[in-house]
Each structure stands twice: as C-alpha cells, then as structure tokens.
Design a protein around this ligand. Structure first.
Ligand code: ADP
Length: 484
C-alpha cells in the first residue's frame, strides 16, 4: 500500500460519514439480533410448554383409566392396555406402571416387567408427589406420578391412598425440527433487517455528511484563491463554524487591505525625504558657482532629510517588533512615578524652548508590572506630542493615579487639539492631522500607533479627549499586575 492510499484509507476510517454509518448500523442490528434470540427462545419454550400440557392431560386420563378399571387391583385391563399402546405410539414414549410393592407390572419396553423399581423418583411419587423432569439437551421429559384412589370411610369422609406409580418418558426430539424451522424464519427476518439497516445507515451518512462536505468544498475554494462566502444554514454547529470561518476570512481580507495600504504608505514616506534630497542635490549640481552660504543651507537641509529618513526607519522597526505575535515584554515591577519624573526632566528643555510649563501631578506612589523601556516610550511619545502640538506659553500636565487594579496616566495639553473625525484616526500608522506641520516638527505619524500597540500588549487601553483650539487629553489605563 503506497502512502497516498494509506492516507486515503486513514481519512476514510476517521471520517464522520463512516462513524454515522457504523453507529446507525449498530443501533439497528444489535437490538435486532438480541430481540431475535429472545423471540427464538420464547417460541421454543412456548412450543415445549404446550407439549407438556398435552402430556399432563394424557397422563391424567391414563391414571383415571387405571383407577376406574381397577387395573392394579384386579389385573390387566384391556382398556388400559389399549390406551397405553395408543399413547406410546402417538408420542413415542415409554410407559411403566409400578404397583404399591414397587414391582413393575407394565412396561412398554417389556424389559423391566417383574423387576422392582426403587428409584428416588418412584419413592417420592409413592408418597403422593408428582415428579417432573425435563432435559432439553437429551431431548426428553419424564413424569413419575402417583396413582391415587379415593374410597369413602365409615365416618362419611373420603380417604385417598397411593396404589402405584405411573412413569412416562416422552421423547421431545421433534423440538429440533421445530427449532430449525424457527431459526430459518428468524435468520431470514434478521437478514432483511440488516440489509435495511445498511441502506438506512448509508443514506443517513450521506445526508448527515452533506453540510460538512459543502462547507469543506467552500473552504477549499477559498483556500485556492477563489472569491466567495461561507454561508451554511443546516445544523446550528455548522452555521457556527461557517460564521466563525467567515469572520476569519473577513479579518484576513481586512488585514490584507491594511497590509497593502501600509506597504504603499511606507514606500511613500520613505520616498519623500529621498526626493527632497535629490532635488536639493540636483539644484546644487545644476548651479555652478553657488555661494558658500547656500551650499551650507542646502547641505543642512539634506542632513535634516537624512535624519527624517532615519526616524521613519527606526519607528518602523519598533512597530514591526511590537507587532510580532511572539514579541515578549520584559516585565518587572517598576516605580512609575520615578520613570515619569525622569522623562519630564529630559523633556524640560524642549518645553522651555516654547515656554511651555510642564506640571506633574501625582496622587500616590505607583508600582506596576510593566516593560520599563516600552512604558517609557509610551510616556515620552505622549508628552513629546503634547509639547509639539502645543501653543507657545501653553501647559502640559502629566497626572498619575491608581486604584486597586489599574494605574491611570493622563497627559493633558493646552494645544491645538484634534477634530472629532481625526481623533479616531490618530492611532493609524502614518496618520498626521496636518502633514506640513508634522514635517516641520519631525513627526513620522507612527508614534501613536506604537504607543497603542505597547499599551494593548500590557492589556491596557488608551483613550483620547480633545477639542480643536483648546487642547487634548490622552488617558492610558494599565493593570498594576501583569497577567500573561
Ligand atoms: P507624529 O510623529 O506625527 O507626532 P503620532 O502618531 O505621534 O505621529 O501622532 C499622529 C498625529 O496625531 C500627529 O501628526 C498629530 O497630527 C496628532 N497628534 C498627536 N498628539 C497630538 C496632540 N497632543 N495634540 C494635537 N494633535 C496631536
């Protein structure tokens, strides 16, 4: 057996279709077989019981004749002998009559006449007991019954006494032919039911498997690149699977669209500084005898563009690192107040250049499980933006608070603000409200995208409240304890 045949066989063995087939077959066949065994035994026992009832009434009739004819007291009666001969012929049975002295007086086999019979059953029968033995294996039933007479007594009552024993051994060999015929009917019925069960099982397995087949065909089509939707409305489980799958496809499509958008944005963003550099360099090459100051100015502009290109690449690398699903956070217990104080100290000079006041409001010391470097870049980015997009003489307030579960970092500025429609987009990569201003301030449009990624990786959230011309507030909520 080659590999592909083996695989196909294994797939068939493990298939839902085969399981439905086997289960339905077993559900029908097992009770059928058990039922037919039960019916067979019942019918066979019923047949035997009927026979035994017949034997019993024949025994009674014979015993009555023996008593009425006085066969045991007065010697052979023709009536009794005829009845014995008929009975023995009709039922192929052996009949013995034992008198009260335990002598065998009649025997259809003749071999025992004159002998004494003191078997246990005869003794028990002599005491008035009806002894009945049935042996299905050896195919006989045996009766050892007392022959009882009743006579009136002097006080007007009746007295019963055992005057002998009737022993009859009936052959039940014919039960074999009855059982044989019975088993033939049962086997024919079973075969018909098995054929019906196999057909039903096959039909059910095909019908039950149909929605699964349909959904797997749709999935296969989509995996081969064909467009289409997965929508099944059969079993609710299949509907659930198809809905989840459709959601996954939609998510993948969205991801693909945003990946394409991202790639085109990256190319555009990386090209812009290069184009500027080229224009600057070409104008220097094209104009001979350019004054020294102009050279200096153009070269400084080229350097700025190189820095910008560098910023974009660094931010992009950070973003890619953060987006890797296996990217690990270097979590440790960190004093958040200290980190914020250090950042504010570092940014003080930039703020002062625009005469912006930096205020730090802290309500309580906060120790939290965070990746120190990444959290520092979140805070730096938010405070840098608050300074960059602020007005001269403005204020940036950084506030830190916590409850029993989370800590809250608020960065509030009195700057230009962000319009409501743009607030939803500021976390998108490369989104800048005012591209020209961002270029001036050296923004890449990636800072808030990186910030949001870091916050989400810490299982936190980031929100924005802003009013154009009045200022912006970013609120970061992060858990105090990091749970993987
Ligand atoms: P950038 O590097 O351009 O600052 P960000 O991702 O940090 O990139 O910010 C995206 C855009 O959101 C910015 O270009 C700016 O237009 C707007 N923005 C961010 N922070 C503020 C703020 N505090 N006030 C006003 N606008 C802001």
């Amino acid at each position: 057996m080659n590999n592909s045949t083996k695989k196909r066989t294994w797939r068939f063995v493990k298939s839902f279709k085969l399981r439905v087939f086997v289960v339905i077959t077993l559900i029908i066949i097992v009770p059928t077989i058990l039922g037919s065994i039960f019916i067979f035994n019942m019918a066979s026992d019923g047949y035997l019981n009927k026979k035994i009832d017949k034997y019993k009434s024949s025994n009674t009739m014979l015993k009555n004749s023996i008593v009425s004819e006085g066969d045991l007291e007065n010697g052979n009666s023709v009536v009794v002998d005829t009845q014995i001969a008929q009975l023995s012929k009709q039922y192929n049975c052996r009949i013995e009559i034992v008198d009260s002295r335990y002598n065998i007086v009649k025997d259809t086999d003749s071999s025992e006449i004159g002998k004494t019979s003191v078997s246990e059953f005869v003794i028990r029968a002599m005491t008035g007991e009806n002894v009945y033995v049935s042996n299905k294996k050896k195919r006989y039933v045996e009766f050892t019954e007392p022959i009882i007479t009743t006579a009136p007594t002097a006080d007007g009552k009746t007295k019963s006494s055992t005057i002998g024993v009737l022993y009859i051994n009936y052959s039940i060999a014919d039960i074999d032919s009855y059982n044989h015929m019975l088993s033939r009917y049962v086997i024919i019925a079973d075969c018909l039911i098995i054929v019906f069960a196999l057909l039903m099982a096959w039909l059910c397995s095909v019908i039950f498997n149909r929605p699964i087949k349909k959904i797997s065909q749709s999935i296969e089509k989509i995996s081969l690149g064909q467009s289409g939707n997965i929508k099944e409305n059969d079993y609710s489980e299949i509907v659930e699977i198809s809905n989840e799958f459709q959601k996954m496809i939609d998510r993948m499509n969205t991801q693909e669209t945003s990946r394409q958008e991202f790639v085109s944005n990256v190319s555009h963003e990386l090209k812009t500084p290069i184009t500027s550099m080229k224009v600057l360099a070409e104008s220097l090459i094209g104009n001979q005898g350019v004054p020294e100051e102009l050279y200096q100015e153009f070269l400084q502009d080229i350097c700025k563009e190189i820095d910008r290109e560098n910023d974009i690449i660094t931010d992009l690398l950070d973003l890619v690192k953060m987006e890797r699903t296996d990217a690990k956070l270097n979590i440790s217990s960190v004093n958040i107040n200290e980190i914020l104080e250090t950042i504010l100290k570092r940014l003080k000079l930039i703020a002062e250049s625009k005469n912006i006041e930096l205020v730090f409001e802290t309500f309580r010391p906060v120790i939290a499980d965070v990746d120190e470097l990444k959290f520092a870049s979140v805070a730096t980015n938010l405070v840098e933006n608050a300074i960059k997009y602020n007005n001269t003489d403005g204020t940036v307030t950084v506030s830190l608070n916590s409850d029993h579960q989370y800590f809250y970092l608020k960065v509030i500025d009195t700057g230009i603000g962000i319009s409501e429609e743009d607030q939803e987009r500021v976390f998108e990569r490369f989104f800048r409200v005012d591209k020209a201003r961002a270029r001036e301030t050296g923004g890449t449009g990636l800072g808030l995208a990186i910030t949001k990624d870091i916050v989400q990786k810490h299982h936190g959230s980031i929100k924005i409240h802003s009013k154009e011309g009045e200022g912006t507030t970013f609120i970061v909520r992060m858990p105090l304890k990091y749970i993987v």
